[in-house]
Each structure stands twice: as C-alpha cells, then as structure tokens.
Design a protein around this ligand. Structure first.
Ligand code: 5GP
Ligand code: MN
Length: 357
C-alpha cells in the first residue's frame, strides 16, 4: 500500500506482514495496544477485541491504553477485556510490538506517539481514508465501515476464532461506526459480519441499551438545555443549511455530568431536517473546544475538519477549536462553502422546500 489518502484496502502483502508481525513476538514479548484519544466505541471495541484475540493466542505480556485521562466512559464499563487497560503513564516504554487502532494520524495517539519509535514493530489498523500511514505496517481499509472490520480480518488470518467476548467488543465497534446499521457504510458485508458476531450468543438488545440508550437523568436535563440553544442557519454551506449548538464546562458542572455524555449530543442535533450539516462545540478547557461535525451527504465535513487541523470521514469529522465558541463556529462557516459536494439526502431537501417558514 502506498500514498496518503489512497482508497485501496490492504494488499495480500500487507495482511501477511501484519500476521508475521504478531507471530514473531517472542514468547515473553510485550505487546502494547493503543487507540485514539477520547476513545469511542470503535476505538475501544477494536482494541479490546483484538487484545482478547491475542490473549487466546497465548500473548501474556499485553497492555491496552489510550492517551489522556485513564477514564473509560460509563457506557463502556461492561466491555469484555477491560482488565487489559492500563493508564498511559504505565504503558510499556519499549514494547516488542505496538498496535494502533482507529487513529488516522500519529497526533491522535497524544503522548503515546513516542512508542511508534521505541517499539520493535508498529502495526496500524484503521479505516480512515485520510490515514497518514504513520507506523510501519498498515492495515488501512477506507472501505471498511469500522476499524473492527479490519480487526476481524486479522484475527481470522491469525486463526483466532470469534468467542462471545471478542464478538461483543467488535459488535460495539461496528454498531458505533454504522450508527447501529443506519449509515451508508452498512453494506451486505457489514450485516454478514454482524451475523457472525451474533452467532456467538451475544445479546444485541442489552449491548445497545448499555452503549446507546442509557444515560443519567442529569444528562437528559443537560441535553434539554443545550438543544434549547441550538441555532439553525439555512443559508450556510451554500444553502444546504447548518445547525449547531455548544456545551460548556459550566453546563456539565451545573448538571453534575462527565464530558463523555456529550458524545451522544450530535445525534439529537443532526436529525434537524432543515440542515445538511450539524455541529456540536464542546468545551474542554477555557479556550479549547472539541468539535463534532456531521453531514447528510451534501458536504464533505472531513474537508472542513482537516482545514481546521482535525480529520475524520466525509460525513463525520472533528477537530479541536481554540478561542470562543462563536469564533470556532465562524471558522467552520468560512470552510463550509468550499466543502459542498452536491447530492445529499434528496428526501430531506424536498421536505425542506415544503416547510412553511
Ligand atoms: P466525533 O464527532 O464522534 O468525536 O468524531 C467523528 C470522527 O471525526 C471520528 O471518527 C474521527 O475520525 C474524527 N475526529 C474527531 N475529532 C477529531 C480530531 O480532533 N482530530 C482528528 N484528526 N480527527 C477527529
Ligand atoms: Mn472508527
């Protein structure tokens, strides 16, 4: 595989190199798994599912970690394999093998980025088209709906059968990145993989409720307040429309909530019929904001995110913004017109045109 932004998936040689990298870890070798900062279901599920697979292969010195505070969001507290997690400060300084999950660029590894240099081998599993091909061996498949699709492919080639623990991790990852099989990436292959995972006996109702439909009452009230201040800008993005809102650290404190509860907020904002693009600006420090962007298909929000220092997929992307929330949104507005790719959700656009204004 060569070149940044290539749409081609892993070649036979890439798969073989990845299998060799795992098989060549010495019996007492140390393996460090790293997923991206502020991990989501695909990052954590892919990493822990692969970790459980390595454990089945007999790898004993095995750690999983991510940069930033060693805090797993409450929805993931039931994930199998959590015992593999260590705080970033305790991660092996020079592992024999490091494996990175769902990170499009080295910067997503935060302080752990040095392990790319100190590890014997660095293997990268990802599905971002924008992956910069950091590390040594790349299993990057932009056609994959989630990084967990790549993980399943590697476990299969390593001869590791799916068990319920591995399957639950990979199912959480797959449902996270396909929006529970609602997004465009939901191909027949995705449903075939889901069938293999479900065949292990995992319980999709319980898992989905824990991951997607379960939050403290304080978060429900917080959402009400933050959604109540959402703004609709029909003329933004070349007339495709922008809807956005913001949440501050003070909002979180007043409702006694942890920052992770805001991850689900974009899903309530992006359903706005009158806007193709949706945005949530979440304060992480005095003048620092984590920005989530979504498009229904008329705008390539990864272009916006990349232009502002972040990354992501065409229809789901993000970046870190500095200044006030208004300044951050103003910068987004400035990039939106250039990111219009046409198309989009025709039905939504038709509905927009018959709405009384
Ligand atoms: P979310 O809005 O769910 O946090 O992120 C959506 C997608 O945007 C993620 O899958 C990830 O690919 C990307 N993304 C979000 N935040 C950042 C960021 O700060 N930097 C980069 N490079 N990508 C991001
Ligand atoms: Mn992903």
């Amino acid at each position: 595989m060569s070149g940044t932004g290539s749409d081609a998936g892993p070649t036979g040689a890439d798969w073989a190199a990845a299998v060799d990298a795992v098989r060549q870890v010495p019996a007492d070798g140390r393996v460090l798994l790293i997923c991206h900062v502020n991990p989501d279901g695909d990052a954590l599920g892919s990493m822990l599912g692969f970790g459980l697979g390595l454990r089945r292969l007999g790898v004993r010195r095995l750690q999983a970690t991510f940069p930033g505070p060693p805090e797993v969001p409450e929805p993931f507290h039931g994930l199998p394999g959590l015992d593999l997690l260590v705080p970033a400060s305790e991660a092996y300084p020079d592992p024999d093998l490091v494996v990175c999950f769902d990170a499009a660029s080295a910067s997503r590894l935060g302080d752990l980025v040095d392990r790319l240099a100190t590890a014997g081998t660095a293997l990268v599993l990802d599905h971002h088209a924008s992956n910069t091909r950091f590390g040594g061996i790349h299993l990057v498949d932009p056609a994959a709906a989630a990084t967990s699709v790549v993980v399943e492919g590697l476990l299969d080639r390593l001869g590791v059968p799916l068990d319920a623990g591995i399957a639950e991790c990979l199912y959480v990852a797959l449902t996270t990145d396909t929006g529970s099989f609602r997004f465009e990436a939901t191909t027949p292959a995705v449903h075939e993989m889901a069938a293999r995972l479900l065949a292990t006996g995992i319980r999709p109702g319980d898992i989905s409720r824990r991951i997607f439909d379960h939050r403290p009452f304080g978060a429900v009230r917080l959402f009400g307040e933050v959604l109540g201040r959402a703004r609709l800008e029909p003329s933004a993005a070349g007339g495709r429309g922008l809807v956005w809102t913001y949440a501050t650290l003070d909002d979180l404190a007043r409702h006694g909530q942890r920052p992770y509860v805001l991850e689900a907020l974009i899903d309530s904002v992006r359903c706005t019929a009158e806007a193709d693009v949706s945005c949530v600006v979440k304060q992480v420090a005095a003048e620092e904001w984590a920005v989530s962007l979504r498009s229904k298909g008329a705008v390539d929000v990864s272009r916006v995110a990349v232009a502002l220092g972040g990354g992501g997929h065409r229809f789901a992307a993000g970046f870190t913004g500095r200044g006030t929330a208004d300044e951050v949104v103003e910068r987004i507005r400035g990039q939106l017109d250039d990111a219009v790719i046409g198309g989009g959700d025709q039905e939504d656009q038709r509905r927009v045109s018959v709405f009384p204004r």
